[in-house]
Design a binder for this molecule. Structure first.
Ligand SMILES: *Cc1c(COP(=O)(O)O)cnc(C)c1O
Length: 360
């Protein structure tokens, strides 16, 4: 039996997809004919693989109801490379707005600032346990874009609504894309590293509105110009083929399960169960303002921090893995991505209760 994996990323993947991958690594059966070789050993220019990439894009478009004129790209370099690729492609006047609500939007601003004059939209809140009130935001209507991070993976802070701004809105959705339905048309661009909620590491999903995309900076490397991969169907150079194969399986699995509304209901339930336990049991605390609590990443603390090593040891012995918090926040963190089952969250809650009983 496999354990319960609460890793923030690379994170849990659906069991059905992994089981099929075991078979396809050895012998990838496409179009009802035994290929005689595995998916990792297949050319990205082969008809079968190109069909897989095209279908992966179709699945994503269907799941998120992506407007037809938007481009869907499968890129490399992680969400981190987007921190530079965004200013290279989206700056026109050299000025953009950044809202900083946690570690990842902080990094996006630091990297973006190498390319232009980036202004912060609001005060940085101590310890990132909330999101600055919209009334305190100062953003510039003449800026080239407005960047924010919809779900801060490290701090467990998630926007309850999409910000209303009149400049192209760009958002890092790395740890929450596909957790529930999303109105993509509100964004000029969305990006997400796959290894949180979507697939293995190595692929970054970019969804953008080409009608709003300015010409890239002249020094932009060819591979980092979004138009290069738009024209090449994400196959300008060799993509991470196995990672794309797994993503194809994950998206198909989501469609087979009934799409993102089904995931939303399950994810809401999973998060509610965990937050209820953390709030009810005296040994634990989650300090994020309730309306901004993330469905995907739940940081929490033991009020008696000296018990942490014992907590982690007992959790591991029960098959509850990767609950240690990020070093910048400390404490503990449970990531509840789509592939983490309700029964795993129930097991975690049972453990929180029993550990609390024996240690209060
Ligand atoms: C993990 C993460 C990143 C960084 O992703 P890499 O693939 O390691 O570059 C950026 N933003 C968010 C919100 C993340 O969760």
């Amino acid at each position: 039996m496999r354990g319960c994996n609460f890793s923030p990323g690379p994170a849990a993947l659906p069991e059905r997809v992994l089981q099929q991958a075991q078979i396809d690594i050895w012998n990838w059966q496409q179009q009802n004919a035994f290929a005689g070789f595995g998916v990792m050993e297949t050319s990205h220019r082969s008809a079968d693989f190109m069909a897989l990439v095209a279908e992966t894009e179709r699945f994503l478009r269907e799941l998120l109801a992506i407007p037809e004129h938007y481009a869907v790209l499968f890129l490399q370099g992680g969400a981190t490379l987007q921190f530079s690729q965004i200013p290279l492609n989206w700056l026109k006047t050299g000025h953009a707005n950044y809202l900083v609500t946690g570690l990842w939007s902080e990094k996006a601003l630091a990297e973006g600032s190498r390319y232009g004059q980036m202004t912060q939209v609001a005060e940085i809140l101590e310890n990132y346990r909330s999101i600055p009130e919209v009334a305190t935001w100062h953003w510039d209507a003449a800026a080239d874009y407005f960047h924010y991070c919809h779900n801060e993976t490290v701090h467990g802070v998630e926007f309850a609504e999409i910000p209303e701004v009149s400049v192209p809105l760009i958002s890092d959705f790395s740890s929450t894309l596909l957790s529930r339905p999303l109105d993509v048309s509100r964004f000029a661009m969305i990006y997400a590293g796959a290894q949180k909620n979507i697939g293995p590491s190595g692929v970054t999903i970019v969804i953008l509105d080409p009608s709003r995309l300015p010409p890239a900076h002249p020094f932009t490397p060819t591979l980092l110009n979004y138009r290069t991969q738009m024209a090449a169907g994400s196959l300008f150079n060799t993509p991470p083929t196995f990672a794309l194969y797994v993503i194809h399986g994950v998206l198909k699995d989501l469609l087979d399960q009934g799409g993102l509304a089904v995931q939303a209901e399950r994810n809401r339930q999973k998060a509610a169960l965990l937050y209820q336990a953390l709030d009810a049991l005296p040994l634990y605390e989650n300090l994020v303002e309730v309306r901004y609590r993330s469905w995907m990443n739940v940081p929490f603390f033991l009020k008696e921090s000296a018990l942490q090593a014992e907590f982690l040891q007992e959790a591991t012995a029960l098959g509850l893995y990767h609950l240690k918090g990020h070093k910048q926040v400390g404490g503990l963190r449970a990531s509840l991505y789509n592939a983490v089952s309700l029964s795993c969250v129930e097991k975690l809650v049972d453990f929180l209760e029993s550990f609390s009983k024996t240690h209060v």
